[in-house]
Design a protein around this ligand. Structure first.
Ligand SMILES: [Zn+2]
Length: 255
């Protein structure tokens, strides 16, 4: 058993009996960390309000190898993203990002890029002009960091370029099964592939590489929004093997 200190973001909380909670953190050094916060719901608990979903802080815990649940020693809040919490749409999307990370990321595997992506996304979230577009940006960046990124530049079957006049005229396809785009000639190889315009494919490449500071300069049409939401949503469902509750909530309440 070793005392460990790391930055962490709360990505899931779950009640345990009357006074305790199971907290899942995302950390740069240990990936996902699941831990018990004993007595956290008691009025005397010093951890009281600090372990809310999305909170970013410094976590101290006793690390025990091969144990599913770790033991929290302390959590010092760095940022509670209060501006995000004051806006229903933004906090709802914030919870979706946490659930997405929780559903795919591994326990005990360091991935500082995922941690930085989550932290910088929550910092930028209050300033985003187009929140659903930010969500598509988060999805493609997260898939990239987690090693599931789809191929967007070349046809995943024949390797040819997917841009050009023919592609513009006939459309290309986004295939979950092949893990990327199929050109005009190959798009019928996967009957379940979605048709997308080459413009949406280019936009997705732009979302993938753009820093958050430049994000509000990117514009998307209604069609771009529809195509990217459907394509990325299905791609994520395929990899998580489940429908994310928060995404379903966004579709029912916000869309
Ligand atoms: Zn092809």
């Amino acid at each position: 058993m070793a005392a460990q200190k790391t930055q962490a973001i709360v990505i899931r909380t779950f009640p345990l009996k009357e006074f305790h909670k199971i907290i899942t953190f995302y950390t740069p050094d240990f990936g996902k960390v699941k831990a018990v916060a004993y007595g956290v719901k008691s009025p005397k608990s010093k951890l009281g309000g600090s372990l809310e979903l999305l909170n970013h802080g410094t976590l101290l815990f006793q690390h025990r190898e091969n144990r599913e649940l770790q033991n929290i020693t302390d959590f010092n809040l760095i940022d509670g993203f209060d501006v995000v919490r004051s806006d229903f749409t933004r906090i709802t999307y914030g919870c979706y990002f946490a659930e997405l990370v929780e559903s795919i990321a591994s326990e005990g595997v360091a991935n500082p890029e995922i941690f930085d992506l989550l932290r910088t996304t929550y910092q930028f979230l209050p300033h985003a002009d187009d929140v659903p577009l930010l969500a598509r940006g988060f999805e493609i960046k997260f898939l990239d960091c987690a090693g599931y990124a789809p191929e967007l530049s070349r046809c995943v079957h024949c390797g040819s370029d997917v841009q050009g006049a023919t592609a513009n005229r006939f459309g290309i396809a986004f295939s979950i099964r092949y893990g990327g785009v199929l050109c005009v000639d190959c798009k019928n190889r996967d009957g379940a592939a979605f048709t997308i315009t080459p413009g949406s494919c280019e936009l997705l490449k732009m979302l993938r590489k753009s820093e958050w500071e430049r994000f509000n300069r990117i514009r998307a049409s209604t069609r771009n929004h529809q195509e990217l939401k459907r394509g990325l949503g299905s791609f994520i469902e395929y990899h998580t093997e489940r429908t994310l509750k928060s995404l379903r909530f966004i579709e029912n309440v916000l869309d």
